[in-house]
Design a protein. Structure first.
Length: 228
């Protein structure tokens, strides 16, 4: 996955940290192009070997596992496998210190509609005292410019407690994660928000000091890129 530099998302992300009387909330919105980077190829090969019936040795996996029906469709088919791959590759890019190769298909849920997700996110942000992201910084207009929301499939990631990368942090309370995937444009937007206890220890690490080259594969983004 290639990380897309989008100025309007950078502005939104500056407002994605705030506090209530009970908790500290942080979030981010990131855009990716579904172009495989070097480390993505290993993940793709792993999934192909695991679910592509044409590559399986006889008796290496049960019929039930081969024909598993996931939120993306039957994983013995190419298109559902690619969708699963893009979601895992996005998680790997968003959380580079974790490896999501073994995440199960059933840990994702396909949401019925984009509008349902928009209403859920708006309600959460408004109830927690942050309407700036939606009203001032035009969250949904920005995302629509990037991935054309009405043409997106939306998925949420519901990991087991031990698999949640955010749960590794002391004071973690809850998180919500959404993937807006436009198959035609081959673009993904990852939306993530987490809540931590007010008593959670603060990190002395300066995330801005990280080497972006080790975390993201950057790609310039402009409105011309939307033309298809």
């Amino acid at each position: 996955m290639k990380f897309l530099e989008v100025d309007s998302l950078d502005v939104i992300n500056t407002a994605f940290r705030w506090e209530t009387a009970e908790c500290i909330l942080t979030g981010r919105v990131e855009a990716y192009s579904c172009k495989s980077a070097g480390h993505d190829k290993k993940l793709f090969k792993t999934l192909e070997n695991r679910y592509n019936a044409d590559l399986l040795a006889p008796g290496s996996i049960s019929p039930e596992e081969v024909n598993v029906i996931s939120p993306f469709g039957r994983l013995t088919e190419s298109t559902p496998r690619k969708t699963f791959f893009y979601l895992l590759a996005t998680l790997n890019a968003a959380f580079p210190d974790n490896d999501f190769e073994d995440v199960r298909p059933d840990q994702f849920i396909k949401l019925p509609s984009v509008d349902l997700v928009i209403n859920s996110v708006n309600t959460t942000l408004f109830n927690l005292g942050n309407d700036l992201i939606v009203n001032k910084y035009r969250l949904w207009d920005v995302l629509d410019e990037i991935v054309q929301l009405n043409e997106c499939d939306v998925y949420t990631y519901n990991p087991d407690v031990d698999d949640d990368p955010m749960n590794e942090e002391e004071g973690f309370l809850w998180s919500m994660n959404y993937f807006f995937f436009n198959r035609k444009l081959k673009r993904m937007v990852f939306f993530s928000t987490k809540s931590e206890s007010m008593n959670a220890p603060t990190s002395d690490n300066d995330e801005d000091g990280e080497d972006d080259g080790s975390r993201r594969y950057q790609d310039e983004f402009s409105m011309e890129d939307m033309e298809v």
